[in-house]
Write a protein that binds this ligand. Structure first.
Ligand code: HEC
Ligand code: HEC
Ligand code: HEC
Ligand code: HEC
Ligand code: HEC
Length: 242
């Protein structure tokens, strides 16, 4: 009897096994790449030369972000403080704390402290801090509760979809300009009368209707500011990929 199956089929099980193996490796790799924190970045918390506590300096001592991140309002890039900024206080305060040794060493040698950068957009993305913080977008919306962090971690995805979520609906995030650096701000803190006197209401709302209210929602506040300031974040590709 002639061989019903051609000779090459002898290798079929092996070929199938290899295909299966390659497929599984591919899927594992893709899951690894897309799902683990390194890719989504959320939770990334590198070990810093000094475990700098934002909670102590901001929430306990009441320091403003701009004391250290002094360019955040005026430049695309938000700088980190230099050693002198720390030593303004730490020549006096906690001057024997071993945690501060790298700062003292840097002060002696003049070599800057090598902080590990946590947030980073790829080079093909255009990003500008001042364009955001001068338009009523708080550090909180993009970095989370920094003022309560013992050490900084990556709190938000910073993916393209995430940027666009706000660019399509900035009213969900806009707040009065004077609250941008107050990371604990809540929409309930706004007094409707004062807010309306300063910013008005959206075109389709009678100010009298809101004056009665005890509280305004984020959407009501955001919509008012969006119209008042004519906020229109780019959603076209060239807006962010220049
Ligand atoms: C006393 C100085 C000081 C103050 C005040 C301060 N920071 Fe920082 N900040 C630092 C230092 C030092 C680092 C670098 C070490 C680190 O990442 O923990 C840093 C890091 C950061 C980072 C992460 C940077 C990166 O690598 O991506 C963010 C975001 C940040 N600060 C936001 C804020 C915000 C928001 C405020 C105000 C609520 C604030 N900081 C107030 C000193 C300060
Ligand atoms: C305005 C003054 C001031 C500046 C500027 C300042 N600090 Fe401090 N820092 C303090 C005070 C006050 C304490 C002590 C707080 C306490 O004991 O509760 C402190 C505590 C610390 C501690 C000890 C925390 C612990 O748990 O032991 C570290 C670390 C530290 N600061 C790092 C820094 C670094 C790094 C910078 C510069 C980026 C800086 N500080 C800038 C005032 C300052
Ligand atoms: C609209 C979102 C957004 C807002 C609002 C925002 N940031 Fe950022 N921040 C980013 C992104 C994105 C990066 C990474 C930028 C890069 O790669 O250069 C970043 C980076 C940083 C860094 C690290 C800079 C470096 O090169 O090490 C610091 C510090 C920082 N932000 C502080 C702040 C402070 C303080 C505020 C509030 C005053 C703030 N940011 C508001 C999105 C934001
Ligand atoms: C929480 C809200 C929010 C998030 C998140 C956000 N943006 Fe924006 N973006 C805005 C607002 C508001 C403006 C100002 C629009 C205006 O001035 O009309 C803006 C403006 C811009 C502009 C135009 C600036 C200029 O100088 O022309 C760019 C580019 C931009 N954003 C990039 C990004 C990128 C990239 C990300 C993500 C890493 C991002 N944004 C995340 C709200 C946001
Ligand atoms: C609001 C800002 C913004 C706009 C508008 C935007 N992008 Fe992006 N894009 C980003 C950011 C931020 C990243 C980097 C994401 C990351 O690092 O995970 C990115 C990444 C990408 C990538 C790399 C692929 C990837 O997933 O890493 C491509 C391709 C891309 N964008 C294409 C586009 C196209 C096409 C458009 C227009 C339809 C567009 N983008 C509009 C912010 C934007």
């Amino acid at each position: 009897m002639a061989n019903f199956f051609p000779r090459w089929t002898n290798w079929l099980p092996l070929k199938l096994a290899i295909c299966g193996f390659v497929l599984i490796c591919g899927l594992t790799g893709a899951t690894w790449y897309y799902v683990t924190p390194k890719y989504t970045k959320v939770g990334y918390e590198p070990i810093q030369p000094v475990p700098f506590p934002h909670d102590i300096h901001v929430s306990q001592l009441g320091m403003d972000c701009r004391y250290c991140h002094s360019f955040v309002e005026v430049a695309a890039h938000s700088n980190l403080p230099n050693t002198q900024t720390c030593m303004n206080c730490h020549t006096q305060v906690q001057k024997d704390n071993p945690k501060l040794e790298p700062i003292r060493a840097s002060w002696k040698t003049g070599k800057p402290v090598e902080w590990v950068q946590i947030h980073r957009t790829p080079d093909y993305v255009f990003y500008n801090h001042s364009a955001h913080v001068n338009r009523g977008i708080s550090c909180f919306s993009c970095h989370g509760e920094i003022n309560h962090m013992g050490t900084v971690y990556h709190a938000k995805p910073h993916s393209m979809a995430w940027c666009l979520e706000c660019h399509r609906h900035p009213e969900n995030f806009l707040r009065p300009q004077e609250e941008v650096f107050n990371l604990d701000w809540k929409p309930e803190d706004v007094k409707p009368n004062e807010f309306i006197a300063k910013y008005g209401t959206p075109h389709d709302v009678d100010p009298g209707d809101w004056a009665e209210k005890k509280k305004l929602t984020q959407q009501e506040i955001g919509q008012t500011l969006k119209e008042k300031w004519n906020v229109l974040p780019p959603t076209n590709c060239q807006g962010c990929h220049r």
